[in-house]
Design a protein around this ligand. Structure first.
Ligand code: HEC
Length: 123
């Protein structure tokens, strides 16, 4: 077996586990600002501590302060923009036994919210 045969699959595997941050956080057409407004309107803070949202700061769900640095969503889904947006909008469709409720968001709004969460890598 050549070195390439060994290292190429290894590289692909590493890539699949942890894509580079910029690729992972690409949300074309999404707006961090709109995402913040949506979070305030639908009240994610009732259950989550969300950076930049001072009230409320609920603790029913996990704090969302380091979303960009997290590998998994809800402990089981790959942390990718499309999957995060889908989870935010309708978590039970992806994780049937989750306590995160489906939220009244359009597809665009859930993408905006995901963009907002990815922005807070360093908090
Ligand atoms: C009624 C309470 C409640 C509300 C409202 C709520 N969530 Fe959640 N959320 C939860 C719970 C509980 C979990 C943990 C679910 C699990 O791990 O299966 C969760 C999990 C999550 C996760 C995954 C966290 C992680 O660390 O993997 C994200 C992201 C998330 N919620 C975003 C949001 C956003 C954005 C909103 C507003 C649009 C919102 N949630 C509204 C209760 C809520």
């Amino acid at each position: 077996m050549s070195t390439t045969q060994i290292f190429l699959p290894l590289l692909l595997l590493v890539g699949a586990c942890k894509p580079p941050p910029d690729a992972r956080q690409q949300m074309p057409g999404a707006s961090v600002e709109r995402g913040k407004a949506v979070i305030e309107r639908v009240g994610c803070g009732a259950c989550h501590i969300v950076p930049g949202i001072s009230w409320p700061q609920g603790r029913i769900g996990p704090a969302l302060g380091n979303f960009a640095g997290q590998n998994l969503i809800a402990g089981q889904l790959p942390n990718r923009p499309d999957i995060l947006a889908a989870f935010i909008r309708n978590a039970p469709a992806l994780v049937p036994d989750t306590n995160m409720p489906a939220m009244p968001l359009s597809e665009q709004e859930s993408r905006d919210v995901a963009a907002y969460l990815y922005r807070f890598e360093d908090l």
